[in-house]
Design a protein around this ligand. Structure first.
Ligand code: 39S
Ligand code: ZN
Length: 758
């Protein structure tokens, strides 16, 4: 019985984040960075080996993003990053985050959400003139690196079809160009990578084709069949890997592909197992069963997993079954052992990446009939811990449950339609034409983080911390007045993160000290864990927003994170539906919105950047999700009077396919990220005749680069062709003050120019 983890690449203490940021700041040499990377890889390989994992992944490590790694490796380097006199490493980072230094000025590539997760990948840009070339064989090099320390690994590669489908046509490509048309040119490069892996001594290779869990894969079945028949000839044994969803009707062609193994996600889609087992039974395919969740932090129920796996084994034989994690482990924290604040009772419910690796190994040992007393005691300990958790899950907050049960349709609707509200809002709050505002956060400086760290360690008092935050708010307010923004924000300095902050202040959550998960590049989050019914004990943000409003005559926008986003960026509980959890969150937020309005705040933004990413991977499941997701947002926001302007904000999203749902949110103003996504989505707003206000972002805040005033003017002109007036951008917490000042000055100048021009 073999055991595998699908990917495991992060350091337990954000070592890579620190090393990469130090490199960007010029405080770390390439050698330092390479050394930090080598240490993390070694640590992961050895700790997986120690835990009894037989198929240890390599080649999955990344300094920024694994899709970007493939682009670099395959020479998919857009022309704007070429000829800049930069080292290959700096070209790589320039593609990820843009670069503005020593005469070089290039924007970052677009990022998109990786399936339904909060991880962002860098989108490959492809065109008929793309010339694929093997710049370096990264999986082979890392395979050798592991081998040199005595560890035999199974390299991981993102499959060619998913790579192309996840990419986009570059701006210079003809309008009818589809990246998949490049497949015949790409396959020889993959053949080269794989044959070199075989030469290096790899027995197996894991090829990820995650698009196989989506409807769209069906149209590529011919390509799948041909490509894998070709690759199989030169490659090590291929473990074709899928995750996050079900194969569904794609199973018919997938089960006939020329591969040695197939990995499926049993955690997310337990029901698919019977069909998959039946489909592969007549073949020689080895089935890798992803039981142990790569997306949830709950301990696996070993007894029921063993029962299920035994069925598969009796159909296929033990030699043809591998026990695995469901997906890559980059979506969950690394180790539970470093948590000291979670109570022992709670800790016993969870399992993070390294504990998951242990779980797969124990499961495999049980299934192999191991007589080791350590294994039987692990099984017994698991039984006890699962039954304790089930006991805990029986506790419920009856007040919250009753409130959810008595939600009425009327609670989801504002008093009047938008045109009426618009008048009421104009009377309540005067804003110029092309009003400018920001998305909420201002730079989270070292000083702010240090102050919060001191508070956590009790080195300063709560009162001292509050004084510090107030000074910060005052600074942000004065800055916005000076630069000429119209609708102000308080800057969110009191928040460690827009989701974790609310999790920490609501009942029903548990949070970690060190449970970091990569979100993009060097940015990490600590998703809070929902463990029971959710409620609010009292106002959360009112103190800060009221203070901010009290020191300025300009209107101040309240700032909350929406129910769907809090849910999606937390680890949800497994015993209650996501719908119920979203509605419980919505009711708490509804109270907060009403409290803000009562305190005299006239505009309230409820961010829902995760609404699109939460969309199920299969079309048939969309409507059900969208119904409760939109209802939850409405439940949170619709309680206020007509005169209160509600805002919402979304980022990195392709809304064209869920447009009616965006409309149904009925927010008075929505602001969207538009600076990088080539205006595609704005075209949809025009097409669908969106009638409420829209603020297209004109400043890409994920890059340190400062957009020039001229650039912003050009964007405004483009937007004007598509949508009515309004001008906004996106959250600034990851930026430094220097570039924030320059960018926002350019932005308000451009708005002024637009007003005068009109
Ligand atoms: N949850 C979530 N998902 C999201 C977003 C988001 O804002 N939140 N935005 C989108 C983009 N994703 C993002 C994800 C992370 C960050 C981000 O800024 N992360 C910070 C950490 C934020 C944080 O938790 N800060 C804490 C802890 C900071 C910290 O590292 N403290 C030091 C100590 C500092 C000191 O002693 O001085 C430590 O713990 O070691 C705080 O401010 O309190 C980072 O990686 O650097 C930004 C965007 C999409 N998904
Ligand atoms: Zn955003």
């Amino acid at each position: 019985m073999s055991v595998s983890t699908i990917q495991c690449r992060l350091g337990a203490n954000r070592e890579i984040k620190k090393a990469v940021e130090a490199y960007w700041a010029g405080k770390n040499s390439v050698e330092d960075l390479t050394k930090a990377a080598a240490d993390v890889k070694k640590e992961n390989w050895t700790s997986l080996k120690k835990r009894g994992v037989t198929f240890i992944p390599s080649g999955d490590f990344s300094l920024y993003d694994h899709v970007l790694d493939h682009s670099e490796m395959l020479n998919v380097i857009p022309s704007r990053y070429q000829g800049l006199q930069l080292s290959p490493l700096d070209v790589y980072f320039a593609m990820g985050r843009g670069r503005q230094s020593e005469g070089v000025d290039v924007p970052a590539s677009e990022m998109k959400k990786w399936f339904d997760s909060n991880y962002h990948y860098v989108v490959p840009e492809l065109s008929p003139s793309t010339v694929f070339k093997l710049n370096r064989n990264k999986p082979r090099d890392e395979f050798n690196e592991a081998k040199s320390i005595g560890i035999n690994t199974r390299p991981v590669v993102l499959g060619p079809i998913s790579y192309l489908v996840l990419g986009k046509a570059s701006r210079d490509a003809p309008s009818n160009f589809d990246p998949i048309s490049l497949l015949p040119k790409l396959v020889p490069i993959y053949a080269e990578i794989l044959s070199q892996l075989k030469q290096a001594g790899a027995d197996w290779v894991q090829i990820d084709e995650p698009i196989l869990v989506q409807d769209s894969a069906l149209q590529y079945q011919t390509q799948f069949t041909q490509v894998y028949a070709e690759l199989e000839k030169v490659a090590p044994k291929i473990m074709l890997t899928t995750y996050f969803g079900r194969l569904g009707e794609n199973l018919t062609f997938v089960s006939k592909l020329k591969v040695a193994g197939l990995h499926i996600d049993v955690d997310r889609e337990p029901k698919q197992i019977d069909a998959v087992v039946a489909a592969v039974k007549p073949t020689n395919v080895i089935l890798s069963l992803g039981y142990v969740s790569g997306r949830a932090v709950w301990k696996i129920d070993m007894a029921s997993t063993v029962t299920s796996a035994k069925k598969a084994i009796s159909a296929l034989s033990a030699e043809r079954v591998i026990i695995a994690t469901s997906s890559s482990l980059i979506h969950i924290p690394v180790a539970l052992t470093s948590e000291t604040h979670i109570t022992a009772e709670q800790k016993d419910w969870f399992s993070f990446a390294l504990e998951k690796a242990q779980e797969v190994a124990v499961l495999a040992a049980i299934l192999s009939g191991s007589q080791d007393p350590l294994i039987s005691s692990a099984l017994e300990a698991n039984r006890v811990s699962i039954s304790k958790r089930r006991e805990f899950e029986k506790n419920s907050d009856d007040t919250v449950r009753k409130r959810v049960a008595s939600i009425t349709p009327g609670m989801l609707e504002r008093q009047n339609p938008y045109p009426v509200r618009r008048e009421a809002q104009r009377k309540n709050m005067s804003l110029p034409k092309f009003p400018t505002t920001t998305i909420g956060s201002f730079p989270q400086t070292k000083e702010i983080r240090a102050a919060r760290a001191k508070l956590t360690k009790n080195q300063i008092t709560e009162a001292e911390y509050e004084e510090f935050i107030k000074k910060e708010i005052e600074h942000v307010v004065r800055f916005q007045e000076k630069v000429g923004l119209d609708l102000l924000v308080h800057g969110e300095p009191e928040r460690n993160d827009m989701v974790q902050y609310f999790g920490e202040r609501l009942n029903g959550f548990v949070f970690t000290q060190n449970g970091w998960v990569q979100s993009y590049g060097s940015r990490y989050v600590r998703p809070p864990i929902i463990v029971s019914d959710i409620s609010r004990s009292g106002p959360i943000t009112v103190k800060w927003s009221s203070y901010a409003q009290s020191i300025t005559k300009k209107p101040m926008k309240g700032m909350l994170t929406g129910p769907v986003t809090i849910l999606n960026w937390s680890f949800p509980r497994a015993d209650v539906s996501r719908e119920i959890q979203a509605k419980q969150l919505a009711l708490s937020l509804r109270d907060e919105v009403l409290d803000l309005a009562k305190a005299g705040i006239k505009a309230i933004q409820v961010d829902e950047p995760a609404i699109r990413e939460g969309l199920p991977l299969r079309h048939v499941d969309w409507d059900g999700y969208l119904k409760w997701a939109v209802d939850s947002f409405k439940l949170a926001t619709a309680g206020v009077g007509d005169e209160i302007q509600t805002h919402s904000h979304f980022c990195y999203s392709d809304f064209n396919d869920i447009f009616p749902s965006i409309q149904r949110l009925d927010a008075d103003v929505i602001s969207i990220e538009a600076s990088k996504s080539d205006l595609k989505l704005l075209t949809a707003f025009k097409q669908y005749g969106y009638s409420n206000e829209i603020g297209p972002g004109v400043y890409d805040i994920h890059s340190p680069r400062v957009p020039s005033e001229e650039e912003i003017r050009q964007r405004i002109l483009t937007f004007l062709e598509l949508i009515p007036e309004n001008l906004l951008d996106c959250g600034l917490k990851t930026r430094a003050w220097k570039e924030t000042e320059a960018s926002l000055q350019n932005l308000t100048n451009a708005a002024k120019w637009a007003r005068e021009r009109n």
